[in-house]
Design a protein around this ligand. Structure first.
Ligand code: CA
Length: 164
């Protein structure tokens, strides 16, 4: 029985745009053991959709199209999803734990995926994202990119110093 491991790299034909509910069965066949430790390219560029790997009992994987940030698969992105994420904050986890980027870890990158779709299909729940973050104890996490920018600046400075 083949043992799975490593990263499942999802490659979508650029001419094909999936729609909500699209399901691709057995992208990895049955009769395998183990599991992937990460996924890449789950988020479909230019859309609010994601291809979410779902492991079936026989060891196969399906890809199911859901909204990015919809941790509980109810078709809306709201406080329930943010609560799931907060409950697994800085912990290992899969989509249903709030990992929307595929690195199997729930952190700030996942928060910003969710924020970009905040209240998708939930117009009757007009809660600001900042208020929602505060309500789940995640107020004040840094905006996306700020840490990476600092690291890049530090790297550039170090490089310049090294060349002298
Ligand atoms: Ca949801």
């Amino acid at each position: 029985m083949p043992t799975l491991g490593g990263t499942l790299d999802i490659a979508l034909d650029p001419d094909f745009v999936p729609t909500l509910g699209d399901m691709f069965e057995e992208v990895v066949g049955p009769s395998t053991s183990g599991a992937f430790s990460a996924y890449t390219n789950m988020l479909v560029p230019g859309t609010d959709l994601a291809l979410v790997p779902v492991r079936q009992a026989g060891g196969s994987y399906d890809l199911v199209t859901h909204y990015a940030g919809d941790a509980n698969f109810d078709g809306i992105v709201n406080i329930l999803d943010l609560t799931v994420l907060a409950d697994h904050w800085q912990m290992a986890g899969d989509w249903q734990a709030g990992d929307f980027t595929g690195d199997m870890f729930v952190d700030g990158a996942d928060v910003w995926v969710l924020r970009d779709r905040w209240l998708l299909n939930a117009p009757d729940q007009p809660q600001s994202f900042a208020d929602a973050l505060a309500s789940v104890g995640l107020a004040g996490i840094p905006e996306p990119g700020s840490a990476a920018v600092l690291l890049a600046l530090g790297g550039a400075l170090a490089l310049r110093r090294g060349r002298r």
